[in-house]
Design a protein around this ligand. Structure first.
Ligand code: SAM
Ligand code: SF4
Length: 326
């Protein structure tokens, strides 16, 4: 079992399978993004070995993320193999939807039903401005196909001042006829450059206030380790949630760790990589036991919350979310 010094059990891993992406979202990366060399990215064998070790130590839930996960060649085959690892009971994916449509039947066959789709605007032109790519229709097509295949879709909308706050209600309205979750995410500073981020003007209070000016909100019970604070508009089919990703009100019940595309293990989004599991796995002197001990040691040092982690953050908030995985 992986347990930190604050008695939290870690059973959830967010695995970034690539840093590559077919969009260039302004809040995530600079226009000219330097990607890692292929040899630095975890191989399928390394991912499977790592996941087996983590599952052996009690991890049962994995979210595949990136970069854009579907940019990784052979992702579906890799997912099939992850699914066969004893102990892994829950696999989900976060995707930008550009390439996703054609993989939906394969995901359903694998029993993968939970999908988070990143979509920050419902307007084509604005989509191109935010993502610097002209892929709005491909994404919307994937979205509709997911719903047709009865997938449990959560739409992630990063709320950005002077960019898309006028669409907060349009997104809420999507829950009227469809059983879809809308999650409003506070913008975080991980955009791969120093934009002098000094705080978030649209925090979860302001987002909720904007919604409740239009609709009554009924509080829903949040799942035990939920990062979102969840509500429903009475009579609507779907649900809405706000993720205080910058305010970090959810750290107390954190049950997760992150593996970057290059094997960096982060026990907190706002903290440094505690160790590189790829380097351990590539060193023939290290056995599975050494690697498990390394991970257990890193988990023991998990900071109590994201504010504390940030104080010790050496690389600063210059990282791009595409390497970390969100
Ligand atoms: N490419 C996939 C996608 O966009 O869904 C998966 C990777 S992306 C890094 C994972 C999530 O992180 C997305 O929902 C994205 O909106 C979110 N994200 C990226 N940069 C962010 C930032 N600076 N602040 C808040 N959320 C961010
Ligand atoms: Fe790509 Fe996702 Fe980052 Fe957008 S948020 S640039 S889709 S990795």
């Amino acid at each position: 079992m992986l347990q930190d010094a604050h008695h939290r059990i870690i059973n959830y891993v967010r695995l970034s399978v690539t840093d590559r992406c077919n969009l260039r979202c302004t809040y995530c990366m600079p226009e000219k993004m330097q990607f890692e060399q292929h040899g630095n990215i975890l191989s399928d064998e390394e991912i499977l070995r790592l996941m087996k070790l983590l599952a052996f130590d009690g991890v049962n839930k994995i979210r595949i993320t990136g970069g854009e996960p579907f940019m990784r060649p052979g992702l579906i085959l890799l997912l099939e193999k992850i699914k066969r690892i004893p102990g892994i009971t829950d696999i989900s994916i976060t995707t930008n939807g550009v390439l996703t449509k054609k993989y939906i039947p394969a995901l359903r066959n694998l029993g993968i039903r939970h999908i988070n789709l990143s979509l920050d605007t419902l307007q084509e032109q604005r989509f191109t401005q935010i993502t610097r790519r002209d892929k709005f229709h491909a994404v919307m097509d994937s979205f509709h196909t997911m719903l047709e295949h009865d997938m449990q879709v959560k739409v992630n909308m990063v709320v950005m001042e002077n960019v898309n706050t006028d669409e907060i209600i349009d997104f809420a309205r999507l829950t009227e006829q469809q059983n879809v979750g809308i999650r409003y995410i506070e913008e975080m500073p991980f955009n791969g450059q120093d934009k002098g981020f000094s705080g978030v003007s649209w925090d979860y209070h302001r987002i909720l206030a904007a919604i409740s000016e239009h609709y009554p909100l009924e509080k829903l019970q949040d799942a035990p380790h939920s990062t979102s604070v969840n509500y429903k508009i009475p009579g609507f089919q779907g649900a809405i949630g706000v993720i205080p990703a910058y305010s970090r009100t959810f750290c107390g019940t954190c049950n997760r760790l992150r593996i970057s595309a290059t094997g960096g293990l982060k026990t907190c989004l706002y903290g440094n990589s505690m160790l590189n599991v790829r380097d351990l796995m590539r060193n023939p002197e290290f056995t599975d036991m050494h690697i498990r001990n390394g991970i257990q040691g890193a988990v023991k040092e998990k900071y109590i919350d994201g504010r504390e982690a940030e104080k010790h953050y050496l690389t600063g908030i210059m990282e791009s979310m595409s390497l970390i995985g969100g």
